[in-house]
Structures are given as C-alpha cells and as structure tokens.
Design a protein around this ligand. Sequence first.
Ligand code: FAD
Length: 501
Amino acid sequence: TAPAHWLFGDQLGPHFLTPGAGGPGRDAPVVMIESRAVFRRHRFHRAKAHLVLSAMRHRAAELDGRVRYMRAETYREGLREAVGDAPVTVHHPTSYAAARLVRALPGVRVLPARGFLLPHEDFRVWADGHGGGRLRQEDFYHWVRRALDLLMDGDTPAGGHWNHDHANREPPPRKTATLGAPAPYRPREDDIDAEVRADLDRWEREEGIRFVGRDGPRLFPASRREALAALRRFTEHRLAGFGPHEDAMLAADPVMSHSLLSSSLNLGLLDPAECVTAAEDAWRAGRAPVNSAEGFVRQIAGWREYVWQLYWYFGDDYRHRNALRHDAPLPDWFRELDADAVTARCLATVLAQVRDTGWTHHIPRLMVLGGFALQRGWDPRELTDWFHRGFVDGYDWVMVPNVTGMSQYADGGRMTTKPYTSGGAYIHRMSDLCAGCAYRPTDRTGDRACPYTTGYWSFAHRHRALLAGNQRTVRAVQGLDRLGDLDDVLATDRRWDEAPP
Ligand code: FAD
C-alpha cells in the first residue's frame, strides 16, 4: 500500500489529495495532527483557533475511515503515534518553521507545494531575470496572466487594459451608511463547532491556554462545501460590485463588496485557480464588469501569489529586517484589542472589527492599523506576530511580506516603492470614519488634533532623509518644510506615545 499522507491544517481541500505527479499515493491513508503546543506557545484570536480546528475536524469527518486524526502535544509526537517509523509523504508546508520540521523528521518525503498558481522554480527564473532586488508587482502580474492565459484575448489583456485600478479607487457613497451590496455567505454552526467551542473553553479553564478576541458564531467557511457556497455567492451576486469601492471604508459596513474568501483560500479549502476562473467566467458571461473581475483576479493572481512567492524568494531572514530601526513595543491596549480604550473613531472601529471577527479588509489593515504602527515606530516583528495570531487568514507566509514589507517598509523598499502611511485627510476621503470623531483630520495641534495627521508629520520628520530621496515621497518633505508649527505638531504627537489615541 501507498505510504500514509500527512495533511497540515492549511491543506484541507480535495486538491491536496489528488494522486498523480507530485501527489500522494492513490487511497493513501491520511494523517492529521492537532498540536496543542501551537496554542500554548502563541496567543491566537479565539475565532481563528475555532476556525482552524473546526475546519480540520470537518475534513477529518469527510475522510472518515481513511484518516488517523491525532490530538497530540507536538507534531512530532502525533506523527510517531500515528505511523511509528513507517514512511509518510507530505506536501511542502507553508512556513519555514514547518518546512524545517518535516525535513528533520525521519521517513518524511516532501512533495511539491500545492494551493498556489505557479511553482517556485518558475518564479525564481522570472525574478532572477527581472533584477532580483527590485521586482515590480505589476510586471509579475502581467507575467502570471500570460503564463496562465488568465483574462487574456490572445496576447492582449481582455477588456483592453491590464489594470483597472483607476476605476477601483472610489471613495464610499456619502449618503448611505452601507454600500448596499447583497449579503455575503455566512455558515451555520454545527455539532463540530459546539465540540470545538467546548474544547477551547476547557483549554482556557484547565490548561491556562490564553486567547484574544471574541469567538462569536463562526463567520467563515470550515468545509469544502461551505467554501464553495461562499465562492458561488460571491461570484454570482457580489463580484459585480467588487471593484469601484475596493479601497473605501464604512463604519457600519466592514465587508462592503469584499469576497471574504482569504481564510478559505489559506486553509486550502479553495484553490486559487478555481477562484480566478470563476471571476473570469462571470465577466465573460456578462455578470460582472471588467474592472471588478480584473480587480479580483489581480488580488489573487497578482497579490496573493506574489506574496507567497516572495516569502520563499526573500528567505527566512527577511522577517528580521528593520530598515527604519523601529523598536517600540506594542502597547497593551493594541495587543489586547481594547477598542474601548481608543478615542479615534477609525482606529476604535477597526480594532473592534478585529476583536469581534478576526477580520477587516485590506485598507483598514494597511492604512489604519499598519499606518498607525508605522507612525508610532512599533517593532515590525512584534507587529507581524500580532497580525499573524489575530487574523482568521493569518499565516506566516502571508503576514511576513505583507507586514514586514508592504505595511512597515522594514525591508527598505524591496517589496514596495514607498512607505504606506497617511494623515487623517486620506482616511476622511476614503471613509465615513471621521464623522462624529472627537478629532478633526485637518487639525494638527490642540485638543482635536488627529493622531494620524500628527503621526504622519512626525513620521515624515523622523525619516526626512529617506523620504526626500524617493520621487514618490518627496512631496511629504516639501510639505514638512512648509509647516510653520512643526515643534507644536511633534509635541502634540508625543501624547500618543503615552496613551491610546
Ligand atoms: P478581497 O478584497 O476580496 O480580495 C480577494 C483575495 O485576494 C483575498 O481573499 C486574498 O486571498 C487575496 N489577497 C489580496 N491581497 C492580498 C495580499 N496582500 N496578500 C495575500 N492575499 C491577498 N491576507 C491574507 O490572506 N492573510 C493575511 O494574513 C493578510 N495580512 C495582511 C496584513 C496587512 C498589513 C495587509 C495590508 C494585508 C494583509 N492581507 C492578508 C491581504 C488582504 O488584506 C486580505 O487578503 C483581505 O483583506 C482578505 O479579505 P477578502 O478575502 O475579503 O479579500
């Protein structure tokens, strides 16, 4: 018989078990291991712990007689108990730490990674041929579209343009509190969820395992059936409106037209190829405009795939980069998701979304959470860890490039062309979050000074030389030079070093 095949908790869809080249043996027995030590070592959001355990146990229930499901302290112990010294296969795991572990275990044969669009070797050839150090996401995206014949008409991009970003940066509607998009798919909990919740309660009570955040009703798919329903609901009813307000934020409508598919993709319940194909099909059938279909395809084939490839291409040391020498610790109120301690309405709203659901869309992550951390000079490694544990879709491979590179510029510009942070004016333009806030985005001194505005100037002041040397940020320095009250602004800004904004 074929050797047993080990499935990690983010390899849960059927495509991780299809036999054939680079796959497990046909009908190979399956091993799954729930490691308790993972939860002892790190403090996860409870909704995330719930989702991952629920998804693993749903998969085990589907595989029924074929699976040995181990509840063990460590992976090593679980594997030994499941198969003893017998050989096993496993698809390449998604983190450096797990990759080291499987290589160090005797008898484990590592098969190529699945769950992404392109093999690492192809990316390496592409990247080495494109200057290595200064890669451009847009070039990568075109290359992927061509390589996979995705949204292409022959050799030209379908719909006439590679990129419809210009149509996808609209501010939110001003007269309504919500976008009015059709509701997203939400699952219904079952007995497996009840069992998971009882286990988590017991671990907290009896084993001293600690979580952050609230574990309300499960909001994200935990099985292939649920994930397919979510994908279908999105492509049939919500994709059409995905594009225009992609970057906008509304206090009463955190989801807007976002797909909510990241956790399903990252658990391996959905394959990215089927998601982009579904979006292209919707456009070709006239169910979605090209800017929405292209915008969604770009997120998955352009960004998700890029981040995955860069994680391996940049190497394990990349996580330690700290080009801006930011070393302030994360304050407790942020670490504990204490939204009630925060006055600034944007940050309080977003922090509450994370506390209550373990999710918020990309602009709150980048501009509200990441932007604030960058302004305060918080340690990027601590911040990466915070994001990783606190989000339902957080995994090492996706958080390290997104936080270290994209959001904190800790790599000195290997991933992005400029640091992303902004004053209150940006948040005001792109959201309704400044309405009713105790601060005013235009104020930079005094009681109503907006912490994002003071933080922006303080950041520009600290990193003046860096920003002056970059075409894309030189205007920030010119603006700084025009401020007549910089000393007051900096003094105002120091308030937020002591207390939540
Ligand atoms: P949509 O807006 O509907 O986008 C569709 C899909 O595109 C997502 O489901 C996701 O799979 C993919 N995608 C888009 N951008 C990215 C990206 N930068 N990296 C990876 N995938 C992307 N995404 C994660 O999946 N896990 C993370 O841990 C994560 N951390 C982030 C941290 C920061 C600081 C930032 C700025 C972004 C992060 N993202 C992460 C990317 C993005 O914010 C989420 O993928 C997205 O908000 C998930 O919601 P959605 O499924 O509704 O996304």
